[in-house]
Design a protein around this ligand. Structure first.
Ligand code: FHN
Length: 436
């Protein structure tokens, strides 16, 4: 065989193997399609990053950032005793904020399992003085309050020797040994089986860490199939920052609106797919609890982020990092309540909406339900507003706040509206446009 043919065959084989590394023949069940639709309409969820790292108050990457050796980090669980953890209070807080689901870290990159795992002793029940399964408590509280639960699961692991060969991160952590990658895959499958059999109905699995070893064979074909076989309705999302892979049910965007790669590690516009979308973001500057983080974001910023996400046809998954005692910082509890107050009045323009036909800009986004467009003006402006290239035929234009009619004209320049400054709102002036 000549060299060229060998290369072509190798390329074909490589193409085939990379394709089979996801669930290629996946056909979502009816229950999965319904779950996708529910998710698409839910619009707002609570992300929770909680682990033994919270004791150090320096974020969830502290093990990597401070190069804490394995044996030193292993002492942390013995100090973890969140006696003030109240699952019902967390769930009620999320519900009052207008959130429809919660996504919690069951195991982050530090490799510590925040649930009762029989395949790893390195877990909350075995290794902490607290000794209870917080996930069990949370599932029960969620069920009671009709809030859906998604589970974050890290693919990357700085603790497990079988996470080998290692990836880009954690290389300064002393005490990591060489191990067997196939064992690591087996281990993850066993833990996912536990998560999907011991905690009732799970709304979704939220993978993270693929980017640590971009060319690794993660066995997604087996992993995704396992999840869908155990719970067909369970939605799979993977924060790999690239285009959707077969077997995934939704696409996530980290601190970025779909297609706007402002962070540099976001997903390229060409890789934004047609499945339900979710933007995740932090309520301050950190995912895990950070004692020094004072960048608590204002109500205006947070509400506007939710509105912008909706205008991009996406959910917002807003994160809090609980403290080691089990409480959520008071500033964050209050911010969530403030968003809830806003949603109580304006939720109709957000929940169950689609991205509106008026294209988003920095100054506005639009959401839509049938013939009703809600134009969200996110900056105050002199009394006249122009929306260029608006060609649809309009029946009426009103302010959402008091249903007061808005004077408007459709010209070649677009839609011209007169909204007195006094009628405009600091956070979001919502204009309700009804089409003919
Ligand atoms: O490294 C993680 C980080 O700690 C956090 O979990 C976020 C949430 O989207 N994801 C990773 C960074 O992409």
């Amino acid at each position: 065989m000549n060299k060229k043919r060998i290369i072509i065959i190798a390329l074909l084989l490589f193409g085939l193997t990379s394709e089979v590394s996801a669930q290629t023949d996946y056909q979502p069940t009816q229950s999965n399609l319904e779950a996708r639709q529910w998710f698409d309409e839910a619009k707002f969820g609570l992300f929770i990053h909680w682990g033994v790292y919270s004791i150090l108050g320096d974020g969830e990457w502290v093990m990597n950032n401070q190069n804490i050796a394995i044996d030193a980090y292993e002492k942390l669980p013995s100090f973890f005793n969140p006696t003030e953890f109240d699952a019902e209070a967390w769930v009620k807080m999320a519900k009052d904020a207008g959130m429809k689901y919660i996504t919690i870290t069951t195991r982050h990159h530090d490799g510590f399992s925040m649930f009762d795992s029989k395949v790893s002793e390195y877990n909350i029940v075995e290794k902490t003085p607290y000794g209870k399964d917080i996930l069990k408590q949370l599932t029960e509280a969620c069920e009671k309050e009709d809030i859906k639960l998604f589970l974050y699961y890290s693919l990357l692991d700085w603790h497990n020797d079988d996470y080998f060969p290692r990836g880009k991160t954690g290389n300064g952590i002393a005490g990591r040994q060489e191990g067997d990658w196939n064992n690591y895959i087996k281990f993850m499958k066993a833990q996912l089986t536990e998560l999907l059999t011991n905690y009732g109905e799970i709304a979704g699995i939220w993978f993270d860490g693929d980017w640590d070893k971009v060319n690794a064979d993660w066995h997604y074909d087996e992993i995704y199939k396992l999840i869908h076989d155990l719970q067909p309705q369970c939605l799979i999302g993977n924060n790999h920052h690239v285009a959707l892979k077969p077997g995934e049910d939704f696409q996530m965007f980290e601190r970025d609106l779909p297609g706007e790669n402002k962070t540099g590690f976001g997903t390229a516009a060409s890789d934004v797919g047609e499945l339900p979308r979710e933007v995740c973001a932090t309520i301050n500057g950190s995912w895990g609890f950070d004692l020094q983080d004072k960048t608590h974001r204002s109500k205006r910023e947070l509400v506007q982020q939710l509105v912008r996400a909706s205008g991009f046809g996406s959910n917002l998954l807003l994160n809090v990092g609980p403290m080691p005692n089990g409480k959520i910082q008071e500033e964050h509890v209050q911010s969530l309540a403030a968003i809830g107050d806003w949603l109580n009045i304006h939720g109709e323009t957000i929940y169950r909406s689609k991205a509106g036909s008026i294209a988003p800009t920095d100054a506005w986004v639009s959401t839509q339900k049938g013939k009703t467009i809600h134009l969200h003006l996110l900056e105050k402006r002199p009394k006249a507003s122009v929306i260029p290239e608006f060609k649809e035929r309009i029946k009426s234009v009103k302010l959402f706040a008091d249903k007061r009619a808005v004077k408007f004209k459709q010209t070649k320049a677009g839609l011209l509206m007169e909204i007195p400054e006094a009628a405009q709102n600091e956070i979001d002036t919502i204009v309700e446009i009804t089409l003919k």
